[in-house]
Design a protein around this ligand. Structure first.
Ligand SMILES: O=C(O)C1=C[C@@H](OP(=O)(O)O)[C@@H](O)[C@H](O)C1
Ligand SMILES: C=C(OP(=O)(O)O)C(=O)O
Length: 424
């Protein structure tokens, strides 16, 4: 498989799935640690992700005087860098892929403007690309308590994480009042946990978040494996022949990642998790429940894995909290609906935020799955190869979060045609 392979065909030779699969390091942790390390001016980071989103963040943070920063299709890079560059007073442009220019950023830009940043939109108002024109710092006065912001939490938590991370640099710190239904909250908690690890003083009071104006301390950190990436292996164990089990190294029992919720979800979809010593988990196939109802507000990146798996297993599933899926790498609800239909599955909008997964006659028999520039579409459908031959288009999309995904499939016994190249 080369960087430009149009598609990859997957087959499973039969027999149980067994062995060890390597998951990448968490890109969410990696990208926070990189921003905080840049602000702390020191500390060693171990096990950084090889995801393109992280490699890109690392490269861009080293580009001191670039006239343009290209965040490509990486949401965290676009949002975290906007806050970092704006608050460090940089004058530069920020852009991304065509899709990134459709992903909203007004909530973050409005908040940064209140903190003195001068930012103008170069295309459509409220969306990248933008030009940063420097910053008028706020004066430090004796009386001021925190600098206060009110930020809506119902579009993307990445705006809030981006603001929190620059909070320690502000003369009065930051107090953020959250409004609306806050989505992806575990990512906000992860941000606060990493900030504390690097010496910041912050408090999570529910609808109020506070960051004191005390600098980060250079600190070392070892990034955990990525639980969102682990979810695809869970789906594979659930769909594999009886007697399947798999171990996944680098995953912690006490994780900062909300997508560890996959452990509980999969107890209902046919996989039991055992936490072994040395940060390894062992997955074993069990019988699935008769039905599932799951809210994805806290873990939107698991929705595709679960929708495809539930359809394939024929477990009627009610999914809620999917609002943010429409503004991610693609409109993930529409993409799921189109692709599930090819197999006899369906994701039906039942109104009032409820979606139902159904599969009367789900069949895997040589279908071709389109991936919509979305790594998670490719990885969520790949496990279906355990039930029949399957082709996935534009397989290189996985490089965003899991460049070694196809290689790991091969290692665990799948046949991939063409074979994966060492690096995409
Ligand atoms: O902060 C992060 O690392 C992320 C937050 C989530 O986005 P939203 O907050 O936009 O839901 C998630 O979907 C994304 O993959 C990573
Ligand atoms: C939504 C995702 O990423 P981002 O928003 O950082 O582009 C994702 O990885 O599923």
């Amino acid at each position: 498989m080369t960087a430009l392979s149009a598609s990859v065909s997957l087959t499973w030779p039969g027999g149980p799935l067994r062995g060890t699969a390597q998951v990448p390091a968490s890109k969410s942790e990696s990208n926070r640690a990189l921003i905080i390390q840049a602000l702390a001016e020191g500390g060693q980071l171990a096990n950084l992700s090889d995801a393109n989103d992280t490699q890109l963040m690392q490269r861009l943070l080293q580009e001191k005087d670039a006239a343009t920063f290209d965040a490509e299709d990486a949401g965290t890079v676009m949002r975290f860098l906007t806050a970092y560059l704006a608050m460090t007073g940089r004058q530069t442009e920020l852009r991304g892929t065509a899709r990134m220019h459709e992903r909203p950023i007004a909530v973050l830009v409005d908040a940064l403007r209140q903190l003195g940043a001068r930012i103008e939109y170069l295309g459509e108002e409220g969306y990248p690309p933008m030009r940063l024109l420097g910053r008028t710092p706020q004066p430090a006065t004796e009386e001021a308590d925190f600098t206060e912001l009110t930020v809506r939490g119902d579009i993307s938590s990445q705006y809030i994480s981006a603001l929190l991370m620059v909070g320690p640099m502000l003369p009065h710190g930051l107090r953020i009042w959250l409004t609306g239904k806050v989505g992806s909250r575990p990512y906000i908690r992860m941000t606060l946990a990493l900030m504390r690890h690097f010496g910041a003083h912050c408090r999570d009071l529910g609808e109020v978040l506070e960051v004191r104006p005390e600098p980060y301390q250079p600190t070392n950190y070892t990034v955990e494996g990525d639980w969102s990436a682990a979810s695809y292996w869970y789906a594979m164990v659930a769909l594999a022949p009886a007697g399947s089990h798999l171990t996944l190294p680098t995953l912690r029992r006490h994780s900062w990642q909300g997508d560890q919720a996959i452990v509980g979800i999969m107890e209902k979809l046919g996989v039991q998790t055992e936490f072994l010593a040395d940060e390894t988990v062992r997955l074993t196939q069990i019988a699935p429940a008769a039905s599932l109802a799951q809210d994805f507000t806290d873990c939107p990146d698991l929705a595709q894995t679960v929708a495809v798996l539930a359809a394939a297993l024929g477990v009627p599933t009610e999914m809620t909290g999917l609002e943010s899926l429409r503004i991610k790498e693609t409109d993930r609800i529409a993409a799921l609906q189109n692709e599930l239909a090819k197999f006899g599955g369906a994701l039906t909008d039942a109104g009032e935020g409820v979606f139902r997964v159904a599969a009367e006659n789900f069949r895997v028999a040589g279908q071709t799955v389109a991936t919509y520039h979305d790594h998670r579409m490719a990885m969520a459908f790949a496990p279906l190869a355990l039930r029949g031959p399957l082709t996935i288009q534009a397989p290189q999309v996985v490089r965003k979060s899991y460049p070694q995904f196809w290689r790991e499939l091969e290692k665990t016994g799948f046949t991939t045609d063409p074979a994966p190249a060492p690096v995409f």
